[in-house]
Ligand binder design. Structure first.
Ligand SMILES: [Zn+2]
Length: 211
């Protein structure tokens, strides 16, 4: 059948790698290193389990909505493979993807670098639009919104985003609670990242004229 199993990619961060190297080559404090590694692994596995449990909750409940969101790596515009483009100043396009875990729908907020930055204000603006304009259509009865993201201070984990979330709970006629949950740094694979992989595959194929 020409089928084979792909070896799963290893989910390690710099902390995992550092401790693993110490365990392998620096034969001191092995017990402490092992304990630190175990605690770290338990923490990120617990965060993934929390996301999985919340996803199931969203699928079984009308009053809870769960989203993941992430900023994609910058997209060069237009995508050119010619070596001349490599030495030119390229226009970058930003994309924030918000993935709804109940409907499995993805919403992409895209803007070029000449129209906006990619800081806390920009991320908060996209989330604000999604919560006020998209969420009521997706989940008309949702009273609680759970959001998962990475812990990037410049974009997601900051007072600007938190203040915006406080504002939308007042403006939204239905939302009463918003929980923003952060995955463990280095272990932040989310549904929005799968959308990004798909976008990158299509983006690069279309530009070179293949399907
Ligand atoms: Zn790690």
């Amino acid at each position: 059948m020409n089928l084979s199993f792909k070896k799963p990619s290893v989910d390690t961060c710099s902390k995992c790698d550092r401790i693993n190297m110490k365990l392998k080559y620096a034969f001191v404090d092995q017990a402490t290193n092992l304990k630190t590694l175990k605690e770290h692994q338990e923490a990120f596995k617990a965060a993934y389990e929390e996301k999985k449990a919340n996803k199931q909750l969203a699928q079984s409940s009308e009053v809870v909505a769960v989203i993941t969101f992430d900023l994609q790596q910058c997209l060069p515009t237009t995508y050119l493979q010619t070596n001349v483009a490599f030495y030119k100043r390229q226009l970058w396009t930003f994309n924030l993807t918000i993935h709804d875990l109940k409907t499995n729908k993805a919403f992409c907020y895209m803007w070029p670098e000449c129209e906006g930055n990619r800081g806390a204000n920009d991320i908060a603006s996209c989330l604000y639009d999604f919560i006020i304009n998209q969420l009521p259509n997706l989940h008309p009865n949702a009273k609680k919104l759970i959001m998962f993201s990475d812990s990037c201070f410049g974009q997601n984990k900051n007072s600007i985003v938190t203040t915006m979330l406080m504002l939308v709970t007042r403006l939204s006629p239905q939302l009463q609670f918003i929980e923003h949950k952060f995955l463990v740094p280095g272990h932040t694979h989310m549904e929005a990242d799968t959308d990004h992989a798909l976008i990158e595959r299509i983006y690069t194929c279309q530009e070179i004229g293949t399907n």
